[in-house]
Design a protein around this ligand. Structure first.
Ligand SMILES: [Zn+2]
Ligand SMILES: [Zn+2]
Ligand SMILES: [Zn+2]
Length: 136
């Protein structure tokens, strides 16, 4: 696993203790984390700083929104190669209906949208619902 400080430097971000701590936490979690999850861990950091940190990470291509069909915004690590210019997330997200956890499922590729379509696609989200390993 790449060091959090290295990832920050790779994306031209100054390394601050908050950025490093938040990134480490997202990195070490196998689930996508909500800002609530993070707030609980970082009660010494004010909310605005935390939100701003997440927003910066998202813009820079370090983390992405793990869309799971609920109203809760969750974040997970990006794959290597994501940048400010392009986020490539051709994977599905799994939502466990029992524990509400959300996981990135990299093995499932999202089907391509027909090229000849007149719709202009911004994102395609694929959500799989069910029961996770811990709840089965
Ligand atoms: Zn990304
Ligand atoms: Zn579960
Ligand atoms: Zn994901």
């Amino acid at each position: 696993m790449k060091l959090a400080s290295e990832i920050l430097k790779d994306h031209n971000l100054r390394v601050t203790s908050v950025r490093e701590e938040v990134l480490k936490m997202i990195q070490s979690s196998d689930k996508a984390l909500s800002s609530n999850d993070l707030e609980m861990q970082f009660d010494h950091v004010d909310r605005i700083t935390l939100y701003r940190t997440l927003k910066t990470f998202e813009t820079k291509g370090i983390i992405h929104k793990a869309v799971d069909g609920t109203n809760v915004q969750k974040y997970a690590m990006c794959v290597e190669g994501c940048s400010e210019a392009s986020h490539q997330h051709q994977h599905a997200h799994f939502h466990c209906d029992s524990c509400n956890s959300t996981f990135c499922i990299d093995d499932i590729q999202i089907p391509a949208f027909p090229k000849q379509s007149s719709f202009q696609v911004k994102t395609i989200e694929m959500i799989v619902k069910g029961t996770c390993v811990e709840c089965r």
